[in-house]
Structures are given as C-alpha cells and as structure tokens.
Design a protein around this ligand. Structure first.
Ligand code: ADP
Ligand code: MG
Length: 661
C-alpha cells in the first residue's frame, strides 16, 4: 500500500496557521494589515479575554464583493499579487493570501463586508476551516472580521497561550506599532469593553508619537533623517541617551511601512549609541527605513516580520550613520565618526560637509522637526556605484565582523568614560573636519610581538568561589572609580562596586513582605510619567506590587501617572526609568526563570537603579561598608543577574607571573 498521501486542505491550512498564527497578536496583525491594504481611514480593534474569546477588527476600507468575501478564505487567494514579477516590488502589506485561510482553520470567524454602492452587505461564517453560512447582512461600507474562540479545535496550541495580561500587552504593542506607522489612520483599541487606545488622524509621525507616547518622551526625541541613497534612508526619531530602557520594547522599526523585528537595524542602533549608553541599555527609536523594493526580500517569513537585505552591511552602516548624525546634531557625540566596516578596508572615502557655517544650535527639549538640522548633511564623496564595489572590497578585507567589533570595544569604553564623568561637556565643539585620507588610520593595529598573548591574563584572574571568601578583606582603593581593589589572605581582589551594591539591595528588597509597606520617601513635587498604551495595560497588573515597595502612584487622566513617593533607597531621578523598566518586562517570556515573580522582577530592577553607579568615587569608609554588608548577603559572589561580583588574582599566580616559582 502507498504510504504517501496528499494532505487535506484543512490540514494544510492548520499547518500554515502554525506559522502565521502564533498568538492573538499575530491574528490582529494580519487583520489590521488587511484593513490598511484596503485603504481604511479608520480601524477599530476589540479584544476580549486577551484575544482568546474575541478579536474583532472593523474598518471602513473598500470592502469586498460577495464572491470575493468567499474567495478570501481560500488558500493562496489574494487580490494583491498578479505575477512572479510583482513579488519583487510588492508594496502592499499582504500578498501571500494565506492569512484568512489560516485563521479560519483554527477559530470561528465571521466576516461582514460591503463595497461602496452596494445595497446589501455579505456575512460569511467559517468554523474550523469549514464554511458554515453565507447570508445578507447590514454593514456600512467596509469590513468587520470577528475571530472567536481562537484555537478552539487545536487544544495543543491553546495551551501555549500566555496569561491575559501578556497577550494584551502584545496586542497593545502591535496596535501601537501600526498606529505609529500610519499616522493618517484613526485607531481605537478596546479591551473587555474598555478603551485602551484611541488616536484621531494625525498630520505626521511627530503628532502621532505625541498621541501615543506622551509629551515627556517626545521632548527627548531627536529627529533622524539620513542614510545612504539607493541603500537605505532612515527617517524618524531616536531618544536622547537619558531615556534608558532595559529591553528593546521601545524600538519600533519599519521597512517601507511594514513593521519588522530586525536584528540588523537593532544592532546598527546599538552601535551608534555605543559611546553614550552602557551595554544592556537600549534607546527608544521610531525608525522608518525606505529601502528600494528590490533591495529587500519580505518573503522570508510567513508573518513577514523578518526581512532579508540584499546588502545587509550597507543597510546597517546607513542606519548607524543616520542615527549618529542625529546624536551629533544634539551634541551627544562629538562628530560623525564612522563606526563602519569601511574604516579598515576602504580608506578612500571622505566626508564632505555642506554648509558648515549654517549649523544651528543643538535642539533643546521640545523642538522636534523632521527637517534635519544642517549638520547632518554629511555626504559621502563618492558615487553610489563605487559604493557597491567598496562594499565588496570591505567584505573581502574583513571576513569576520564580530572579531573586529571586539577589538573596537576598548575604544568605545574610553569614550563612554569621558561622557559619563563629565556630563557638562555634552555640548560638542561643533566643528567638522574634513580628514585627508592619510589620517584615516586602521583601527586594528598589529599586536606587538613582545606582549604575551591576551588570554594569559584572563586565565590568572578568576571568579572567587564562595567558600574561599574570608571576612579578612582590606580595601586599598578604586580602579577607574568603578572597581574596588582589595586584598585578602589569598591575593588581590577586584570588586565591581555597582553589582556588589546591587546584590546588597536585592537581598534587602527581597525580604520586604508583600503585606507590609516598605519605607518610602515622598516627593516634594510629584513627577509625572506618560504610559504608552502597552505600559498602561501592564500598569494595572503591577501597581499594587510597586506600591508595596514604596512607590506612591496615582493614575491621572488619560495615560499619565503621578509618582508621589519612591522607595527610600531609590534616587528620585531614577523613578521614571525604573517604572519604564518594570512595565516593559510585563511579558512573562522576557523574564528569566530565576526571576519568576513580579516581586523578584521589581526587586532586581529597584536594586539596579538604586545601586552605586560605576564612575563614582567612594570613601574608604563606604568601601569598607560595602564589603562588610556584601559578605552578609545570600550570595556575595554573584549578582542577581548571575554575573560575578568579585575576581581574584592569587598570590600563587602573581608569583608565577613573576617567574618566582
Ligand atoms: P493577503 O492579504 O495576503 O492578500 P489575506 O488572506 O490576508 O491575504 O486576505 C485575502 C484577501 O482578502 C486580500 O487579498 C483582500 O483582497 C481581501 N481582504 C481581506 N481583508 C480585507 C479587508 N479588511 N478589506 C478588504 N478586503 C480584504
Ligand atoms: Mg493579509
């Protein structure tokens, strides 16, 4: 008997649904994209029970005829793609024609739609991929699709749905994304009948960002408008370094209007901030990339949230350059400094600055124009055609970009020291030099042969096993105002002052019981905090926990929160960043297993924010105190994030190093 069988359509659709329909937010994504493709000026999304029970999208777009309404549920049925050639230059959000078929195979779907000029609307009902009914209905021009009981017929998938709060967080984030990408469209989102987001049509991204993210964030956004023609042009906003996030949730990337999650753009962004933000801290960004359609393949992932660039390095460089120019324009980095792969392999390029005299003063808070100040108009003095050849050349010159990145770290750290210790110097001398080509020095210099190989030092300095830590530790002083250098009976100790204090505070905060309120300090002047729609959802979940740690919080009108009091150990200036951090980790998947509960999450965040920073001078007494209290904690050698706190160079190894053994 034959073993191979052709799968039934129903099964094929369910398999496809596995890729397209990951969670309620992915259903919402497909439906909202369809509404946008249909030219709708207004889109409403209604959610019940985190999208499990109901997810309904209503638009006033072009609608469908009765025949189309039925065809729309067929696999590979699309009105957006005619031929293979179209695939190269696809400009609509959808085109694969599988979303509705996939969704209908794993839920109960009701579609009601009417085109302009038709008398009567059509209602189509599908259940688990089977057509149940088609009938007349009443509906204004446009389409409503209600998806009910998601995964009702695939219990295995239903099990994987997260808590209602997590799913709502994703849904709200998604709608925020699309609302940012389409300022001219009005969006409404309701959650169990309560409105969580409503934005009227806005005239541009700035106004839309104001509607969604609030005025505080807007004030610290710097306009971006730059890139490399024919490769990638980036428009939008990035945040000043004082806005800090510990997740990438505040980063919204769009390629040709399509929301993407892209590592290359994220990396370009981090690269641009390397000298002004520490590792593990992320800026907020709303970046819209215009990339020639034939340069980017959007058809690599069924959800179309991942893309493939024809020339990824060039895109990364273009974005990094645009963002650095934005930072330079506001005085956060000295001048445009290419961090790109071109530095080493290709030295012929020159920066040509147009119109040096007309550089305006750095924008102060509140000034936000998409028109870029002139200083960003730095152009590469070569033709795009050459540019392409150079990309090839550069790739050959440095086959391994990761290795190069490592070499550059020390350079970046030196810069960050400068910025952290002297914040007043943030105003740059606004001079742009045209460097003659001789001055472009390769960053990688040959290692002189008389240095021992680098790894010999790292092998000597080791993490300290808990049992070998004695109470007989004497602090000697500080290294770079960040590390305490001390001695004990066994050798030399290096203690990271920030993580040491973090461990102390974490232990302290973890002991605070949920029932008893922690010490708190009232603020003379309450601070306000604008929640994003997704944060507003998260806020309701954690407000009680936050208060038990000493926060005094009051929800004002709209999505603004007043912070009246903060935990006693927390510097008031850190309150807003800390709130943002906690609210952005509402997504359970992002929380490591070690931090299983909200309370641990808040304790860790609080500890990190309240802890002594690096680059801070400590008195002898303070060092002594830090070491003494550290030794009393539950785990003096590792911080709450699992990193080492203490390193040791043993006497034995020192003697070995001096060839005394
Ligand atoms: P795709 O968007 O990839 O074409 P879908 O399965 O998402 O595939 O949708 C199939 C077709 O149904 C679309 O090509 C479009 O013609 C039609 N359609 C879906 N949603 C809407 C809507 N909200 N308004 C008008 N037409 C729609
Ligand atoms: Mg679609």
């Amino acid at each position: 008997m034959n073993k191979i069988r052709i799968l039934s359509d129903q099964l094929v659709n369910q398999i496809a649904a596995g890729e397209v329909v990951e969670r309620p937010a992915s259903v919402a994504k497909e439906l909202v994209e369809n509404s946008i493709d249909a030219g709708a000026p207004q889109i409403q999304i209604d959610v019940e029970l985190g999208g499990r029970r109901l997810l309904r999208v209503t638009d006033n777009g072009e609608g469908m005829t009765r025949d189309d309404a039925m065809l729309a549920f067929e696999r590979h049925a699309t009105s957006k793609l005619g031929s293979v050639d179209d695939l190269e230059t696809i400009a609509t959000l959808g085109f694969r024609g599988e979303a509705l078929a996939s969704i209908a195979s794993v839920a109960r779907v009701e579609l009601v739609t009417k085109r302009e000029g038709e008398n009567i609307a059509t209602k189509v009902i599908f259940e688990g991929g089977r057509l149940i009914d088609i009938k007349d209905a009443a509906h204004p021009k446009g389409t409503t699709i209600a998806v009910k009981d998601l995964f009702f017929n695939v219990p295995a998938r239903r099990k994987f749905l997260r808590s209602e709060a997590t799913e709502n967080y994703h849904l709200t984030n998604l709608v925020t994304h699309y609302a940012l990408a389409n300022p001219e469209i009005a969006f409404t989102l309701t959650n169990n009948g309560r409105e969580t987001l409503r934005v009227a049509p806005a005239k541009d991204l700035r106004e839309r960002a104001y509607q969604l993210l609030g005025s505080q964030l807007i004030e610290s956004l710097l306009p971006v408008d730059g890139g490399l023609k024919h490769v990638a042009w980036a428009r939008g906003f990035v945040s000043a370094p004082r806005e800090r996030r510990t997740t990438r949730d505040g980063q919204y990337f769009f390629i040709n209007g399509r929301f993407v999650r892209d590592k290359i753009i994220g990396r370009a962004l981090s690269e641009s901030y390397r000298s002004v933000l520490p590792h593990g801290v992320y800026p907020v960004a709303l970046l819209f990339l215009d990339i020639p359609l034939q340069e980017v393949d959007v058809n690599v992932h069924p959800q179309k949230t991942e893309v493939r660039f024809r020339r990824a390095d060039a895109v990364r460089d273009a974005v990094a350059q645009a963002v650095r120019n934005a930072l330079a324009g506001a005085g956060y980095v000295k001048e445009f400094e290419s961090n790109s792969v071109f530095d080493v392999g290709v030295q012929e390029e020159r920066l040509v600055v147009i119109n040096e005299e007309s550089i305006p003063p750095a924008p102060t808070g509140g000034s936000l124009q998409t028109e870029q100040p002139t200083q960003s108009r730095i152009e590469f003095g070569f033709e795009v055609k050459e540019d392409l050849q150079k990309i090839g050349a550069a790739e050959n010159a440095i086959p391994n970009f990761e290795a190069q990145a490592d070499v550059k770290t020390s350079h970046a750290e030196t810069q960050s020291d400068i910025f952290q210790t002297s914040p007043i110097q943030l105003q740059p001398e606004r001079t742009f030099e045209i460097k003659p080509k001789e001055e472009f020095k390769p960053r990688i210099e040959p290692t002189p042969s008389y240095f021992p190989p680098l790894n010999s030092a790292t092998a000597l300095i080791k993490e300290v096993p808990l049992e070998s830590l004695s109470t007989n530790i004497k602090p000697l002083g500080q290294l770079r105002e960040s590390y305490i250098v001390a001695v004990d009976d066994e050798g030399l100790l290096i203690i990271d002052q920030h993580v040491a204090h973090e461990r102390i505070l974490f232990d302290k905060f973890s002991r605070i019981e949920a029932t008893r309120k922690a010490e708190s300090q009232r603020l003379l002047i309450p601070e306000t905090f604008d929640l994003t729609p997704a944060q507003a959802v998260a806020f309701e979940t954690v407000v009680n926990e936050l208060e038990s740690y000493g926060f005094g919080l009051m929800r004002l009108s709209g999505r603004t929160v007043a912070i009246n009091a903060v935990p006693a150990d927390l510097p008031a200036g850190e309150a807003r960043n800390m709130l943002a951090e906690v609210l952005d980790t509402v997504d359970a998947e992002k929380r490591g297993n070690a931090k299983a509960t909200w309370r641990d999450e808040i304790a860790a965040s609080l500890a990190c924010r309240a802890a002594i920073k690096v680059n801070m001078i400590l008195t002898q007494e303070k060092m002594r105190w830090l070491i003494d209290v550290l030794l009393l904690t539950s785990s003096p050698t590792t911080c709450p994030h699992g990193r080492p706190i203490v390193l040791r160079l043993t006497v034995a190894d020192i003697e070995k190093g001096f060839h005394r053994t």
